[in-house]
Design a protein around this ligand. Structure first.
Ligand SMILES: Cc1cc2nc3c(=O)[nH]c(=O)nc-3n(C[C@H](O)[C@H](O)[C@H](O)COP(=O)(O)O)c2cc1C
Length: 196
C-alpha cells in the first residue's frame, strides 16, 4: 500500500469547473492527503517544516494544477523554491526524497492536438514539463508521465465527470500499488493506463 500527497494549486477555485470536480473525486480515496496550497498560504508564506514533513510521510507526490502560461500557477514555483532545500532535497547530504514518485496532474485550456510539435503550441506537454522532470531527477525521485485533462473550455459535464472518475481510479491504483512503474514510465500520459 502507498500513500499519495496531492499538492493542489489553483488561485481561483471559485471560478474553476474542471479542477473542482477532480478534487471532489479524490476526497473519498483512502491514503490520499489533499494539501490545498492557495488555501493554506493565501500570502505565499509557506510553512517549510510542515511541507517537508508531509513529503516525508508520503510515497507519491502529485503536483495538481491548471496549466498557466505553459507551466503552473506561481504558488507551485514558490513551493519548490522554499521547500526543496539544498542539503534536504538535493545536494550531497540531501537524501530526504530518494525513491519517491512524482507526477503532474494538469488541466489545459488547449486541446490535445495543440500540444504536438506541429500544433499551435509547438511543444508537447512532456516538453513543457521538463523543469518538473529534472527537479524530480535532481532530488532522486522517480518522475512519471502526467495525468492531463485537455480542452477544458469545451468539455461537457459528462466528459468532465468521466475525467474525475478516471482520476479517482488513478489514485486508487497508486495507493493500492497496481501501477507497473516501468510500464507507466513509457507512456505519454498516465491517462493511457485508465482507458475504460
Ligand atoms: C492565467 C492563465 C494562463 C493560462 N495559460 C494556459 C496555457 O498556457 N495553456 C493552456 O492550454 N491553457 C491555459 N489557460 C487555461 C487554463 O489552463 C484552464 O482554464 C484551466 O485548466 C481550466 O481549469 P479550471 O476549470 O479548474 O479553472 C490559462 C488560464 C489562465 C487563467
Amino acid at each position: 500500500m502507498s500513500s499519495v500527497l496531492i499538492l493542489f494549486a489553483h488561485p481561483a477555485l471559485e471560478k474553476s469547473r474542471t479542477n473542482r470536480l477532480l478534487l471532489e473525486a479524490c476526497q473519498s480515496v483512502d491514503r490520499v492527503t489533499l494539501n490545498d496550497l492557495y488555501q493554506e498560504y493565501p500570502d505565499f508564506d509557506i510553512d517549510v517544516d510542515r511541507e517537508q514533513r508531509l513529503l516525508l510521510e508520503h510515497d507519491y507526490i502529485l503536483l495538481h494544477h491548471p496549466m498557466y502560461w505553459y507551466s503552473s500557477p506561481a504558488m507551485v514555483k514558490q513551493w519548490e523554491d522554499l521547500v526543496l532545500e539544498h542539503g534536504w532535497a538535493y545536494g550531497r547530504e540531501g537524501k530526504a526524497l530518494v525513491g519517491k514518485k512524482m507526477l503532474n496532474v494538469m488541466t489545459t485550456g488547449g486541446p490535445r492536438k495543440a500540444y504536438e510539435e506541429v500544433g499551435y503550441n509547438r511543444f508537447t506537454i512532456r516538453q513543457f514539463l521538463a523543469p518538473f522532470d529534472q527537479t524530480a531527477y535532481l532530488c532522486n525521485m522517480i518522475y512519471l508521465p502526467p495525468f492531463v485533462v485537455h480542452g477544458t473550455h469545451r468539455l461537457s459535464e459528462p466528459e468532465m465527470h468521466r475525467y474525475a472518475s478516471q482520476y479517482k481510479s488513478l489514485l486508487t491504483m497508486l495507493t493500492t500499488d497496481q501501477i507497473d512503474l516501468e510500464d507507466a514510465k513509457t507512456r505519454r500520459y498516465l491517462n493511457e493506463l485508465l482507458i475504460d
